[in-house]
Design a protein around this ligand. Sequence first.
Ligand code: AMP
Ligand code: MG
Length: 363
Amino acid sequence: MPKAKIVRVEPLNPSEEAIREAAEILKSGGLVAFPTETVYGLGADAFNPEAVLKVFKVKRRPLDNPLIVHVSSLDMLQQVASEVPERVVKALSIAWPGPLTVVVKRKSTLPEVVSGGLDTVAVRSPAHPVALKLIEAVGRPLAAPSANIAGRPSPTRAEHVVEDLGDEIDMILDAGETFFGVESTVVDLVSPSPQILRPGPLGPEELEKIFGVKFGLPPYARGLSSYEERPPSPGMKYRHYAPSKKLVLVEKGSCDTTTYFEFLMKQLESYLKDFPALIATKETVDEVRSKLGDSLTYFTLGSRENLFEVAKNLFSTLRILDKYGRVSIAISESVEERGIGLAIMNRLRKASSERITCKQKQL
Ligand code: AMP
Ligand code: MG
């Protein structure tokens, strides 16, 4: 039995009693994991530095990797942020509640530990009814990173939270699977030009519509390069979302679909003696299975026509992979880098231990 009290709640209509109990724990400095529309968060009162420090400790998260502060309204944003321009407030009135985190100037009254000593703070208002009701019941912003041990795949089910933190925290509100399955889009609104720091459910096109400006998408936001020194977002320098097994990501690179499939097949064949697993879309799994049959293990993420489905299954698949005794190596397909596909590729690149890129032969 884990130490944490696990309470099952209806995702769209959680019991008031469960919310009240969780809020009391948070108000007295405890830690509660709760569902958001992206992944499960590990909440602490953002204005209680000891509680926030506990979050870093139980997650084994480096103190220089700041937490996202969760608010239930634009008014609450003013408690943690300062000098938020009117145009940003206007855009957030459209985007919130939702899977968008904005990095803005931090209010000096917010404990420094929340934002890893930076003079900025990352804030979002989650759209999950359980998360919103919980913040409202506490009446204060909650610092809430993903409820996993640092470096592990983020939790999309309460069971994942129990696995990682069940003995370390006070309560888990279990509302079943989260809706998106990848973490929020994080954007920097403090730099001279707005940048995507971490792609998420809200893609560049939607951001442009909401804010009326184009957002930069630097290579590190695609997971293509790592920053050892002074990264624009501290979390970028750490490996993330990683299963403990070897994960080889086969990138599409400059290849057309046919050449890429042949390249992927070649990689799989070269690992056949190691009982590899293939992590791929349904279409690819079907095609590979028709050629290689049962000589490997298949993990289907969903249809390539529905990247939201693929995103939703990604982290739970990486966790299942770890439990598969027979498999020691997994080979993952790439998806198209558009919309939420950018988030999927960022997470896959950060989770992989090796990347191989297909190169189209010039005729
Ligand atoms: P998590 O809460 O685990 O989903 O991770 C939050 C992400 O937001 C990490 O990659 C952090 O580095 C990033 N982040 C949080 N606060 C800031 C900030 N003030 N400036 C830039 N990035 C931030
Ligand atoms: Mg995280």
